[in-house]
Design a protein around this ligand. Sequence first.
Ligand SMILES: [Zn+2]
Length: 236
Amino acid sequence: MQNSLSHWSLSLLIFVFAGCAVPQEQKVIQEKAKLPHISVDTFPILSEKKIELSKLYCEKYYGLDDIRLMNPDMVVIHFTAIPTLESTLNLFKKDELSSNRSYIGSYSKLNVSIHYVIDKNGDIYSLLPDTLIARHIIGYNHVSIGIENVALDESELTGSQLESNTKLVNFLKSKYPSINYLIGHDEYNIDSLEHTKFYKSLDSTYAPYDKPDPGQKFMQDLRQNLDSLYGLEFRK
Ligand SMILES: [Zn+2]
């Protein structure tokens, strides 16, 4: 009697555990399926040299021994200050900074880089995997995913870009629930904002300076869109 009861209990246990294992697998598939659809073209900019320069950069300014971006905390929005997609992609293709970037060039030869570029018509391009650290903002590259918008200045940013930024930020938040902050590049050196707790630069002279991009209006519209369309409210 004792034995058959044990057998029965064991069978019940196996049944319960087997029952748990299947939904676990289904859950992963369901969560992937929940990602909102966005159309992204790839335009890879990675090279051996860029990886080498990135390693040096991450070690020197963030004290990191690899260039992986794990559990990002924020998304940073920019405009390129370059008028066309073609010239933007040409710039990001280079491994080393152009000689006119004298301030940041004095700290590292690593070219500026970005995860996503959005053209004026709203087309989205992926340049770097968002699991790698890019060089797009002093002090926050180790915690942020960057989005560039093709525009010479704030007045050139389009409604299509606003729409694509909204979709892309929503997509990134679904992909990385760790993202709780959204800032414009021009907000990165406002000391009163909460995101500044992530600031890191092991060389205190390599510090933020005033940037114009993307401007208050664009960020205000983007935040409003994210809230009204997806119920997303990010911290600054
Ligand atoms: Zn910028």
